[in-house]
Ligand binder design. Structure first.
Ligand code: PAF
Length: 282
C-alpha cells in the first residue's frame, strides 16, 4: 500500500490504474480510523478494483470554537489498519496542498436546503466545508464509487444532492453505522469521553430506538415525541442539541404522509458533541 501527499503524484498513480481499466473507489476520511471507517474501505473494495482512502482533517468544516487543533492525527496507525483492510492507496495531503491560496480565498460549494437545519444550524458553515472538500476530492481522484457512513446522515444527504446537482459522475454508496456492543455509534470523538460520560453515551441510541418503536406502533404526534426524547436524554445525563423527526429524503419536519422517517439526534456530553440517527419505515 502506498501513501502519497501531493495531488500530482495521486493523479499519476491513478492514471496508471485507469489505463489498466481498473475501477476506483474513494473513502474520504479525516483519519483516526476505527472499525466504522474500515467497514467503508471494505465496502469500497467490494465495489471497485482500487481503493483510495483520503486522510485530511479539513479545516474548512470546523467552526472557530471546535476541535480542529485537538482532532486526533494518527497517520501511522491509520496506515496499518488500511493495509490490513486491503486498501490500495492513501492520499494524505497537508492543508497547503488542498487550499494553496488559504481558506478565505477558496471557492466554496453550497448545497441548499438539506444543509440547513440540524447540524447545519448548530454548526454554521460546516456543510459548506464538507461539500467543498468532497467536491475537490472527487475532482482529484475521479472515483467510480465513493463510500460514506450513514452515521453522518445529513452529510450523506448533502453529498448525494451535490453529486446530483453538479452532475458528478460518481456513485455514492452509504454504509451502515458500526456500533459498540452497547449500541453507541463508533466515532473518532468517542475517545474524548471520560469514563463516566462513556457510560452515559449509549442512552442516545436507546432513546432513538424507543422513539422508533413508538413511531412504528403508530404514533404521529412528532413534536411530542421529540420533546419526550429530549427529556429522556436530559434524564440520562445528556445535553440535547436537537432531536428531530424528519422526512428521510428532504430532511424537512416529518408529516403524516411520509413513509420513511429519520430520527436525527445530536447531544453533548461535557464538551463532546455526538450525533446519531435511526430510519423508520411506515
Ligand atoms: O465524515 C468525514 O470524516 C468528513 O466530513 C469528510 C467526509 C471526510 C469530509 O472532510
Amino acid at each position: 500500500m502506498r501513501t502519497v501527499h501531493s495531488i500530482k503524484e495521486l493523479r499519476t498513480i491513478l492514471r496508471g490504474y485507469r489505463q489498466q481499466d481498473k475501477t476506483i473507489g474513494l473513502v474520504p476520511t479525516m483519519g483516526n480510523l476505527h472499525e466504522g471507517h474500515i467497514s467503508l474501505v471494505r465496502k469500497a473494495g467490494e465495489a471497485a478494483d482500487i481503493v483510495v482512502t483520503s486522510i485530511f482533517v479539513n479545516p474548512m468544516q470546523f467552526g472557530a470554537s471546535e476541535d480542529l487543533d485537538t482532532y486526533p492525527r494518527t497517520l501511522a496507525q491509520d496506515q496499518e489498519q488500511l493495509e490490513a483492510a486491503g486498501n490500495t492507496l492513501v492520499f494524505a495531503p497537508n492543508v497547503e496542498e488542498v487550499y494553496p491560496e488559504g481558506l478565505a480565498r477558496q471557492t466554496q460549494v453550497v448545497v441548499p436546503d438539506v444543509s440547513d437545519g440540524h447540524c447545519g444550524a448548530s454548526r454554521p458553515g460546516h456543510f459548506e466545508g464538507v461539500a467543498t472538500v468532497v467536491t475537490m476530492l472527487f475532482n482529484m481522484v475521479q472515483p467510480d464509487v465513493a463510500v460514506f457512513g450513514e452515521k453522518d446522515f445529513q452529510q450523506l444527504t448533502v453529498i448525494r444532492k451535490l453529486v446530483r446537482d453538479l452532475c458528478i459522475p460518481v456513485e455514492v454508496i452509504g454504509a451502515p453505522t458500526v456500533r459498540e456492543d452497547d449500541g453507541l455509534a463508533k466515532s473518532s470523538r468517542n475517545s474524548y469521553l471520560s469514563e463516566g460520560d462513556r457510560g452515559i453515551a449509549p442512552a442516545m441510541y436507546r432513546i432513538l430506538e424507543e422513539t422508533g418503536r413508538k413511531l412504528a406502533a403508530g404514533r404521529s404526534d412528532f413534536a411530542a415525541l421529540e420533546s419526550e426524547a429530549k427529556e429522556a436524554m436530559v434524564q440520562a445525563g445528556l445535553r440535547p442539541d436537537y432531536f428531530n423527526i424528519v422526512n428521510s429524503d428532504t430532511l424537512k419536519p416529518a408529516t403524516n404522509e411520509d413513509t420513511s422517517l429519520t430520527l436525527l439526534v445530536a447531544a453533548f456530553l461535557g464538551t463532546t458533541r455526538l450525533i446519531d440517527n435511526l430510519t423508520v419505515t411506515r
